[in-house]
Design a protein around this ligand. Sequence first.
Ligand code: PLP
Length: 466
Amino acid sequence: EILKAPRAYDTEVLWQKDKDHFIHPFTDFSVFHEQGCDLITGSEGIHVEDSHGNRFIDGIAGLWCVNVGHGRSEIAQAMAEQATRMAYFSTFNNLSNAPAAELAAKLAELAPAHLNHVFYSCGGSAANDATIRLVHYYFNRLGKPNKKRILSRRNAYHGTTYLAASLTGIESNNWDFDTLDHLVTHLSEANCYRRPEGMSESEYCDHLVKELEDTIERIGADNIAAFIAEPIMGAGGVLMAPKGYHKRMQAVCRAHDILYIADEVVTGFGRLGHFFASEAMFDTQPDIINVAKGLSSGYAPLGATLISDELYEVLGTPQRKGGVLSTGFTYSGHPVSCAAALKNIEIMQRESICDNVREVGPYLEERLKTLAHHATVGDVRGSHFMLCIENVADKTTKKLLPVEARVGDRIAFEAQQRGLIVRPVGHLNIVSPPLIWDRGVVDRVVETLDESLAATTATLKRDGYL
Ligand code: PLP
């Protein structure tokens, strides 16, 4: 009852405190200093509510993470019980806790067969960062200390710790930030929509695989530790790779003793209709899979690195007498976060949430594609509950509108006026909802987007951009 009771906020005061003191991530400060932030103060099921009492359909699951939907008091209860019983204790030096142990076993059960070992962190960036540290350690242990370089891809998003930001290939994400360029080489993104003109999908796949082979030849397999890839690139624009791409990339990596790391921070935990998409959808068997976000449905910060038996054999052997695996975080295996994740998984299984995604996802895709007739819509793509609209100035040449037209922001604004939150990323609008949408919700959302796109076309024309 207490959890559900409405809470009064002094919106004006909070708005000011936020504006004066909170350094927001990924925020345009030229806008922030003027406008501050909207406060989101309530959430339930597929909806969120702001401090003025406006209610919106959440089209982005928080930030691709609230997979089981908002307001699950069962999860809150599980967290409260764990926090009351034992909120925190170390997992270093031969200590553990019940939820961390249970969850590790559960993840091993759900993951592809050879991934049976779990390293915990606090989110996706930290999981990727810890992974690279472990991969380097692994090769050092095998007597291959030169295997250090990580192959990533342009437009990849792997987070913003120093190392994860260096893996990230979205150029604007690192404007005026430094990156660890000696550790990372970026290959081309796999992007069927913007593939070289005249190339068939299968020729495009050959082309990308050849780029990998050429890069390995140039740098030398002895200097390359791993290739990291999102099964479908998320923040980079929900980019779809050509059919068979991941499987072939993995085969090349394997042939050169290069580890294959799948960053499933977004694609995992049901977004594509499976707990893990790598094997189920892309027929790959990564050496490492990273998950976060949907692992706890965002109810608590948590990341996990799933590690193969083969790697564990090396990582799980002391490097010298008395040596320990000296990496990890105070909150690795945090009991309250792990309790949230366990309850989240229980809900996903009990409510067959992956089945819902496999059933409703194709319908969402099909319905969103009906928006392609709008003047700005160049492409509608993605899979299941991970979708995106790419806006362009010209559908034939795929030329973009000028940045200052802020087309993504305009569409998001029009949608928000009509009670729907979709995420603008430059000229893109991302739809990545909680996994509990049904067909009725999909119809409402597509109607709203239809109106929002029409309204945006009108304002773009008014302002001389179309
Ligand atoms: N990897 C991918 C694919 C992501 O989309 C994200 C976040 O959006 C991250 C890693 C970073 O996760 P976090 O923000 O939890 O550090």
